[in-house]
Design a protein around this ligand. Structure first.
Ligand code: FES
Ligand code: FES
Length: 158
């Protein structure tokens, strides 16, 4: 089947198999930040934005993205760099494997919610498994980022 998908701002028209996942599609187009940790919708590593909303690309058929906008971390460099340094400063980036998925969901959270509570942050990031950090460093990094945002940083965040 022929689909046309806008991937990180670039329109791609391609003949794909009906069972191709969105995860396979973005990887085949060089978006290697998107990783597969489980294929069972449990780890969050494969998170991409489909029309600005985070989805697990291992669980979405590429055909569903026909005519839609898809973004990966490769297309969100400014936001990722601006937020990512707060995570790195807290030592929460250990092996780094979970980071792209966590950063995608954090960006979605900051776009949607101006001042999330700890409970909201934990709920929002609950689908992102990290085997190294214990999540506390990530939470500290998010709080530091929110302080920076209140001081006028990160104009892309709410
Ligand atoms: S690979 Fe998609 S949630 Fe784990
Ligand atoms: S830093 Fe290693 S899995 Fe999260």
């Amino acid at each position: 089947m022929i689909v046309t998908i806008s991937l990180n701002g670039k329109k791609i028209t391609e003949d794909i198999s009906a069972d191709m996942t969105l995860y396979q599609f973005v990887r085949e187009h060089g978006c290697y930040s998107v990783k597969c940790g489980c294929e069972t919708t449990n780890c969050g590593l494969c998170t991409v934005f489909l029309n600005d909303k985070p989805v697990l690309s291992c669980a979405v058929l590429a055909a569903r993205a026909d005519g839609q906008k898809v973004e990966t971390l490769e297309g969100l460099q400014k936001e990722a760099e601006e937020f990512g340094r707060f995570i790195a400063d807290q030592g929460a980036e250990q092996c780094g494997f979970c980071n792209p998925g966590m950063i995608m969901n954090a960006i979605a959270l900051f776009r949607e919610t101006a001042d999330p509570t700890d409970e909201e942050i934990r709920r929002y990031l609950a689908g992102n498994l990290c085997r190294c950090s214990g999540y506390e460093g990530q939470l500290r990094g998010i709080h530091e980022f929110m302080k920076y945002k209140k001081e006028g940083g990160a104009s892309w965040a709410k």
